[in-house]
Design a protein around this ligand. Sequence first.
Ligand code: NAG
Ligand code: NAG
Ligand code: NAG
Ligand code: NAG
Ligand code: NAG
Ligand code: NAG
Ligand code: NAG
Length: 914
Amino acid sequence: MVDQRSIRVALLYLLLLLLFESTFEQQVQQQRLSSGVEFTALFELRSSLGLRSRDWPRKVHPCSSWNGIRCENGSVIGINISGFRRTRVGKQNPQFAVNSLVNFTHLMSFNASRFMLPGSIPDWFGQRLSTLQVLDLRSCNVTGVLPSSMGNLTNLTSLYLSDNRLTGQIPSTLRQLLSLLVLDLSKNSLTGSIPSSFGSLRNLTSLDISSNSLRGSIPPGLGALSKLQTLNLSVNGLTSSIPSQLGDLDSLVDLDLSSNGLSGSVPQDLRKLRNLQRMVLGNNGLSGSLPVNLFPTPSQLHVVVLRNNRFIGNLPQVLWSIPGLNLLDISDNNFTGELPTALDNNAIAAVLDMSRNKFYGGLTTVLRRFSSINLSGNYFEGRVPDYMLDNASLTSNCLQNVSNQRTLIECVSFYTEKGLSFDNFGRPNATVPAAAESGNNNRRVIILAAVLGGAGLIVLLLLLLLLVLLCVRRRNTANHRGIGVEPVPTGGTPPSPGLAINFSSLGDLFTYQQLLQATGDFSDANLIKHGHSGDLFRGVLEDGLPVVIKRIDLQSIKKEAYLLELDFFSKVSHTRVVTLLGHCLEKEDEKLLVYKYMPNGDLSSSLYRKNNLEDDSLQSLDWITRLKIAIGVAEGLSFLHHECTPPLVHRDIQASSILLDDKFEVRLGSLSEVCAQESDGHQNRISRLLRLPQSSEQGSSGSSTALCSYDVYCFGKVLLGLVTGKLDMSASSGTQMKEWLEQTLPCISIYDKELVTKILDPSLLVDEDLLEEVWAMAIVARSCLNPKASRRPPMRYILKALENPLRVVREDNSSSARLRATSSRGSWNAALFGSWRQSLSDVTIIPAASTTKAEGGSSLKQPVIPEGSAIRAEGGSSFKHSGTTGSRGSAQKDGGDNSSSWRRYSKEIFPEPL
Ligand SMILES: *[C@@H]1O[C@H](CO)[C@@H](O)[C@H](O)[C@H]1NC(C)=O
Ligand SMILES: *[C@@H]1O[C@H](CO)[C@@H](O)[C@H](O)[C@H]1NC(C)=O
Ligand SMILES: *[C@@H]1O[C@H](CO)[C@@H](O)[C@H](O)[C@H]1NC(C)=O
Ligand SMILES: *[C@@H]1O[C@H](CO)[C@@H](O)[C@H](O)[C@H]1NC(C)=O
Ligand SMILES: *[C@@H]1O[C@H](CO)[C@@H](O)[C@H](O)[C@H]1NC(C)=O
Ligand SMILES: *[C@@H]1O[C@H](CO)[C@@H](O)[C@H](O)[C@H]1NC(C)=O
Ligand SMILES: *[C@@H]1O[C@H](CO)[C@@H](O)[C@H](O)[C@H]1NC(C)=O
């Protein structure tokens, strides 16, 4: 019984199972297309697109067995041919041939991405495919314009058309696609502007119109897209600024506005984007500083790209402590500031690119969290910490012991502008060559390298020549010693001073406002003069102290000059140097230096002054004052040349650089040209040989301006100006000055006191005693003006001579006295007269003059005509022959010989014994 029942149950079960099977079969049957129209349409599509049997096999039912066909209730609702390949025949003439789509009345999704559909989207798409929810034609090679009928596909939730060749404008009818969640029109050639009506697409979560040719501005209406998570408008031609309404995009995760022409600053309101993970604003013209609270905490940010804009100012500190940040690219801006020191170091793999900004200060532990670091092109200083990655890029900074860093002058000037002091690459301050110097050296190195590289043979020859020259020179030197000439100090000089400016020794710090007030807003009435290193204004400080303020406009004046001056004042202070009371460096382009006021102005303006208000007659400085001034200048220069190590060269000695206080005590001004004396080593001689022809660095006197002997030459002109009253000549150069020297110098002779009265300033009243002093000063002036730099006396001897003028003339106005002086080598007047004698020994080179040697002590009866090769090599210029004054017999003797201007030149510069 039980068995029978169980068999019946089993049978029933079997029956049920069969019944179920048949209903299943029936259901499969229902999946078949209810209408033959769609069946036919599928085959038409298959053939018009040239699809392969592998994907859409002929003998099976499409709904069940064709790839990418989805059916529902006997209708095709989805067609996905993404990535399909065409048959060989189909490939021959690919077309946008999808006409049969109109017969799928329930089609919700058509995805043909990566399937070539060359041709344009037909107009009927919008009218006939109204059931479509997803249209994906990415990378289909679709061309033409987007038909405005697309706006009728109101059930569309996703429209992907990226990476095609669509042209024309974006139809504004797309605003009707209210169900749209994703709109991707990227990577096409769309033009025109973003329709402002897009704000109506309230359900949109992703809007990507990147990489087109859109113009115009970002419509503020986009701010209404409160569900938007992705906004990508990058790589277009969008202009104007970022609308602050974008801050209302509450859901935004990914914002990419990069590579447009956006300008203006980043709106504060973007701080409201609390869900933002990517902020990409690179490659625009954005400017200003970032709002301090731009990045809220906690922040979801992973990526911040602000590269290649024109941002300035500091980075919001919080950026450094966002835990998830793994790309920070702020390169190519003008961000500045120092790295924060102690912050949480969530060491995660992250990329930091802050290259080409203006960050400065030391490297800090904040860098530990990054696995890739580019800091190049900033102004970081100090040592590189141990934890710095080997592959970190650190070039073009101011770091210690790292190759390819900025130059000292760049670093110093940057830090100076910030009002900070530079660590000088960690080197002791005194061993770094001065800027002017290093520039020269670099140029020399380049010249040398070029010559060496280009023509080694020529160098070899030159070296040989040099060797010969050096031998000759050495022999000459020996000769000079032999006749008792004190050699001008040459040879290796100690290293030049560095440019590490110590601001504490630069006087007070003034605010710009204070100095505006002091000078009446730099009014013209207070302008003293336009100097070559800046405009000088008189001013009165709040406490009533009169000052002189130099305004340096860095747009027109080289930064180096003012830095050199600051450097000078930070190291040198002397009673013969004008006092720097303070400075104001707060302005980027305008630097102000404040000096003590000099009641008597400069020498050029005080040599002659109006007697009093009523009387127009001029009163000139008396001789005692002139001598006092000459001694004062000599003291100042002697300090620079002999008491500074290395010796400093003023390079701008002229009447207007000589400032006078109320007691006519000298204070040297115009210190922006001061530099350390060039070393005079062998390399220097080589480079001088190579420096063809004479460069502008050469002074008018035929020597480098970076040598003390150049100052001596300029001082000679000032002395001559004091004697003759023609001080303006000390500032001039060129033919005018040459003519003047040509006329004046012949009237200075160690053998004839009276001759000097011919050139004496007529306004000077001098008695016989004073005339000797005048004569002495004239003689000193003439020896300073020796065209041969090495024969000019050193400043300390000039000072001695001016302090003892009578010894100049009384001890050395007879030949026997000269011999005495000769024998006492090392005495100041030996050095002074060495140049005179030197000229005579030069003279002995030529046979004609050899009969009238000076050495013998016999006075020369005939004018001498030096023709030494040394003179020809050194003299940078020749004087025109006037034939009026001086040189007496020689004028006649030489009168007809116009070809030999060198001879005249030498003869007139050197004194002729009577
Ligand atoms: C759509 O189907 C109808 C009826 O079968 C047919 O006449 C028409 O040609 C089809 N249209 C297209 C574009 O295939
Ligand atoms: C759009 O979709 C809704 C439901 O999702 C449907 O009722 C409507 O008929 C569709 N519109 C068209 C034109 O197919
Ligand atoms: C797109 O079409 C152009 C011209 O019609 C053709 O040169 C190009 O190769 C096509 N691109 C692809 C990926 O087939
Ligand atoms: C399609 O849109 C156009 C305007 O773009 C309109 O004139 C037309 O009536 C619409 N057709 C349908 C079927 O909705
Ligand atoms: C937008 O989305 C909401 C919620 O997802 C939905 O209720 C609404 O119908 C959508 N609007 C349109 C126009 O599709
Ligand atoms: C940075 O500022 C300088 C002037 O200080 C300017 O010349 C330069 O173009 C700026 N760089 C950028 C990227 O804005
Ligand atoms: C260099 O000068 C700076 C500022 O003038 C100073 O802080 C620093 O200690 C000096 N360095 C050396 C090695 O003298």
